[in-house]
Write a protein that binds this ligand. Structure first.
Ligand code: CAA
Ligand code: FAD
Length: 380
C-alpha cells in the first residue's frame, strides 16, 4: 500500500481547497440559514470537473482515481458539506453506477451530461417503509413489454428537485424478492413523476432533500440498468463506493472543525493566557488530530482498495463508520473549544456539528455499516 500522493493528487486537493475557500465559504452561512441550493457553485464545480471526477474522459469526465476524489471531497466538506453531498451523489452513486453498468446508449445519452455537470443526478433507493431494510421495496415497476410502469414513493432524495435524471430502484417481481428488483433511469418532467415537498433539515441544509412520487410513469425498457433483476445488486455495489465518498465527507467536516478550533484556541485568552495553553484544551486538540489521522488512513485504504481493484465493501463501511463518529466527536469538541462563540453561526463550528450527524445516517446508518463489516468478517 502506497499512500504517497502524486503531483496530480496534490494539484486536485489544492484546486478543491481553493474552490472551497473562494467560492463556497462566502455565502455558506446564508445558504445554511435559508436552505438555499448552491446553484451557481454547482455550475462552477461542473465546469471545474468536480461532478464527474472518476468518469472516463470518453464520456466527458476527469478520468481520475478514487484517491483524487476523496481528497477533493475532504476539502469541499471542510467548508460546505451541503455542496459536497451533491458532488458525492453525482460522482459515486449516479455517474459510477451508469458508467459501470449502463449500456453504451445510456452512457451517451445521460452520462456525458452528468459527468460535465450539464445535468445533475439523484439516486432513489429509500422509501417510507424501506430505509435500512432496503430489500422491502414497495415501489413497483410492472413490465408491459416495451416499457415498465412505475408506481410508488421515494423519500429523502438528495438533489430531489435540482436533479435532471434519477436512478430509481423498484420491485418488478415480488415473488423473487430482492432478485425481482430493477433499477431505471427516469427523467424529470415525465408524465406522472412529481417532486414532493422539501424537507426542513438539521444539517446539510443547502442540499435539497425531497419526497418523489411516481404515478403510472412510463419508463422505456432501454432505461433499465443491467439485466432483469439486477437492481438490488446494482444498488448495493453502487453504495459500497458511495460510502467511501461519505466517509471522506465526514473526514472533511472533522478536519474543518479541528482547524477552526486550533486557530481559535491560539487567539482566545482566558486566565491570562491563550486557551491552548490550558492542557484540557491542548489535549482535546491532540485527541482530535489523532482520531482524524486514523480516519484519514481508513478513508485512504478504502479509496486505494477501489483503485487497486480489491473488494472495498468492508473497507468502505469501516471508513464510513469510523470517520462519521470522528466527525461527530470532533465537531462537538470544536464547539466546546469555542465556548459561547461556538454556539453562534458566524464561527462555523455549530453548522459543522449539525452537518456531521447526517454522515452517521445516510448511505447506510452506522448500525448498517456494522452489519456489513461483521458479515464480511464472519464470511471470511
Ligand atoms: N455487493 C453486491 N451484492 C450485495 C452487496 C454488495 N455490496 N451487499 C449485499 N448484496 C447482495 C447479497 O449477496 C444478496 O444477494 P444473494 O441473495 O444473491 O446472495 C442480496 O444483496 C441481499 O443481501 P442481504 O441478504 O445481505 O440483504 P439484507 O436484507 O440483509 O440487507 C443490507 C443488507 C446491507 C443491510 C442492505 O439492505 C443495506 O445496505 N441497507 C442500507 C441501505 C442504504 O445504505 N441506503 C442508502 C440510500 S442512498 C443514500 O442514502 C444517499 C445519500 O444519502 C446521499
Ligand atoms: P430506519 O431504517 O427506520 O432506521 C431507524 C434506526 O434503526 C436507525 O438507527 C437504524 O440504524 C436502526 N436499524 C434499522 N435496522 C436495523 C438492524 N437490522 N440492526 C440494527 N439497527 C437497525 N436515500 C436515498 O435513497 N437517496 C438519497 O439521496 C438519500 N439522501 C438522504 C439525505 C438525507 C438528508 C437523509 C436524512 C436521508 C437520505 N436518504 C437517501 C435516506 C437514508 O439513506 C436513510 O435515511 C437511511 O438509510 C436510514 O433509513 P431510515 O431513515 O428509514 O431509518
Amino acid at each position: 500500500m502506497d499512500f504517497k500522493l502524486t503531483e496530480e493528487h496534490l494539484m486536485i486537493r489544492d484546486a478543491a481547497r481553493d474552490f472551497a475557500k473562494n467560492e463556497l465559504l462566502p455565502g455558506v452561512i446564508e445558504r445554511d440559514e435559508k436552505q438555499l441550493f448552491p446553484t451557481e457553485q454547482v455550475k462552477k464545480m461542473g465546469e471545474l470537473g468536480f461532478l464527474g471526477m472518476m468518469v472516463s474522459p470518453e464520456y466527458g469526465g476527469g478520468g481520475m482515481d478514487t484517491v483524487s476524489y476523496v481528497l477533493a471531497m475532504e476539502e469541499l466538506s471542510k467548508i460546505d458539506a451541503s455542496a459536497s453531498v451533491i458532488v458525492s451523489v453525482n460522482n459515486s452513486l449516479v455517474c459510477w453506477g451508469l458508467e459501470t453498468f449502463g449500456t453504451e446508449e445510456q452512457k451517451q445519452k445521460y452520462l456525458t451530461k452528468l459527468a460535465t455537470g450539464e445535468s445533475i443526478g439523484a439516486f432513489c433507493l429509500s422509501e417510507p417503509e424501506a430505509g435500512s431494510d432496503a430489500t422491502s421495496q414497495r415501489t413497483t415497476a410492472i413490465d408491459k413489454g416495451d416499457h415498465y410502469v412505475l408506481n410508488g414513493t421515494k423519500n429523502w432524495i438528495t438533489n430531489g428537485n435540482s436533479a435532471d435524471y434519477y436512478l430509481v430502484i423498484a420491485q418488478t417481481d415480488r415473488e423473487k424478492k430482492h432478485k425481482g428488483i430493477n433499477a431505471f433511469i427516469v427523467e424529470k418532467g415525465w408524465e406522472g413523476f412529481e417532486v414532493g415537498p422539501k424537507e426542513q433539515k438539521l444539517g446539510i441544509r443547502g442540499s435539497d432533500t425531497h419526497t418523489l412520487n411516481f404515478n403510472d410513469v412510463k419508463v422505456p425498457k432501454e432505461n433499465r440498468i443491467g439485466e432483469d433483476g439486477f437492481g438490488f445488486t446494482f444498488a448495493m455495489k453502487t453504495l459500497s463506493g458511495g460510502r467511501i465518498g461519505i466517509a471522506a465527507q465526514a473526514l472533511g467536516i472533522a478536519s474543518g472543525a479541528y482547524e477552526l478550533a486550533r486557530e481559535y484556541s491560539k487567539i482566545r485568552k482566558a486566565f491570562g493566557t491563550e486557551i491552548c495553553n490550558h492542557q484540557a484544551i491542548a489535549f482535546k486538540l491532540a485527541d482530535m488530530y489523532t482520531e482524524i489521522a486514523a480516519a484519514r488512513h481508513l478513508v485512504m485504504q478504502a479509496a486505494w482498495d477501489k483503485d487497486m481493484g480489491n473488494n472495498y465493501d468492508m473497507s468502505g463501511a469501516m471508513a464510513k463508520l469510523y470517520a462519521s463518529k470522528v466527525a461527530m466527536d470532533t465537531t462537538v469538541e470544536a464547539v466546546q473549544i469555542h465556548g459561547g462563540n461556538g454556539y453562534v453561526k458566524e464561527y462555523h463550528v455549530e453548522r459543522l456539528m449539525r452537518d456531521a450527524k447526517i454522515t452517521q445516517i445516510y448511505e447506510g446508518t452506522s448500525e448498517i455499516q456494522k452489519i456489513v463489516i461483521s458479515r464480511g468478517l464472519l464470511r471470511d
